[in-house]
Write a protein that binds this ligand. Structure first.
Ligand SMILES: [Zn+2]
Length: 332
């Protein structure tokens, strides 16, 4: 048996990168209360904890909509970006690519350029504390290709080298993958890497379409790949990483859905099988405040699934290797 306290130290002290992390999912209950107070709404931390408690994907999306309804001006975004940076440093995260739901900002008639400028200012002071942040502009799939194109235009307007990628999240079952081909072509023309959530609640065909039609460079979740050996071979051969977020998959019901039964646990997660098939894996938290997790806890979860200390070290290294803008690829 490994010595548990020593192992927890080991996981906590590993230098790590976070590559699948939504800013709007990092708002801790105390920060939600600060946000709501700014807008004259009385909410207690217990209220937030009740909201952050759900058993399926729709319940999670409802909570996400609720908490983001209090992100109304650039100062709100600055507040949560500052809080995020403190959380990352506490996890010994050195580098993160953080997803911004620009599609939601546009839906609410906000100016993404102003929000993003406030976020950059809030994160700036952390650069001297050894934390590098890069940003992913994210569209919402069910809002459609035109709305997604406006997210790419927002990235162009911001004209920041710190925006490294374009992605799509939301309901992956809503609109056909092929409809987004022109959007990804525009994103590439803007110098952005290509990401998408696929195979989280959808089947392996969603991942294959994303790879073949959109030329995706990393897949958000992608746990459905485990159902199709030929797809696992393809991901391993082409070195296309899956951004795996185990605790998210349990809490949203995505793992139960992929397993086609209720009552699943972390021990049912396909991470070990995908990893040992040779597919690059980057371990991530997704929405840590909303899933009651953090990056060290995700490594502990992987350990609970049977990964050795050496394999956990490989995962930490992979999180830097598959980053889009981390210069020292042999960081340790
Ligand atoms: Zn996500």
């Amino acid at each position: 048996m490994p010595d548990v306290p020593k192992t927890r130290d080991f996981l906590g002290s590993l230098p790590k990168a976070e590559l699948h992390l939504h800013l709007e999912g990092t708002i801790l209950p105390a920060t939600v209360c600060s946000l709501t107070a700014r807008h004259g709404v009385g909410v207690t931390e217990d209220d937030v904890r009740r909201r952050y408690n759900y058993t399926d994907f729709l319940g999670f999306l409802d909570a996400f909509k609720w908490v983001t309804s209090f992100l109304r001006d650039p100062a709100d975004y600055a507040l949560i970006a500052h809080d995020l940076c403190e959380q990352l440093l506490a996890q010994r995260v050195k580098y993160a690519e953080v997803t911004l739901s620009v599609g939601v900002m546009l839906l609410r008639n906000q100016k993404p350029e102003a929000n993003f400028a406030a976020i950059l200012r809030a994160a700036e002071e952390f650069e001297s504390r050894d934390l590098i942040l890069r940003w992913i502009f994210d569209a919402v799939r069910q809002f459609g290709p035109d709305a997604a194109m406006r997210v790419v235009e927002s990235a162009n307007n911001c004209a920041s080298p710190k925006i490294v990628a374009f992605g799509i999240g939301g309901d992956e079952l809503s609109i056909a993958t092929k409809d987004f081909v022109p959007v990804y072509e525009a994103a590439s023309a803007a110098g952005l890497h290509r990401l998408i959530h696929a195979g989280e609640i959808g089947g392996p065909e969603k991942i294959r379409e994303a790879v073949e039609l959109l030329h995706i460079e990393r897949v958000g979740h992608g746990i459905a790949a485990v159902h199709e050996p030929a797809l696992m071979d393809l991901l391993a051969y082409r070195r296309i990483p899956l951004e795996i977020c185990p605790i998210s998959n349990v809490r949203t019901g995505a793992l139960a859905r992929q397993s086609r039964r209720n009552g699943v646990a972390l021990s049912d997660h396909p991470l070990p099988q995908l990893f040992r098939h040779g597919i690059p894996i980057v371990l991530s938290t997704d929405d840590p405040a909303m899933f009651h997790t953090n990056l060290t806890a995700e490594y502990a979860a992987a350990q609970q699934m049977g990964l050795s200390d050496s394999e956990l070290g490989q995962l930490a290294q992979a999180s830097f290797t598959h980053a889009f803008d981390f210069k020292d690829k042999t960081f340790s």
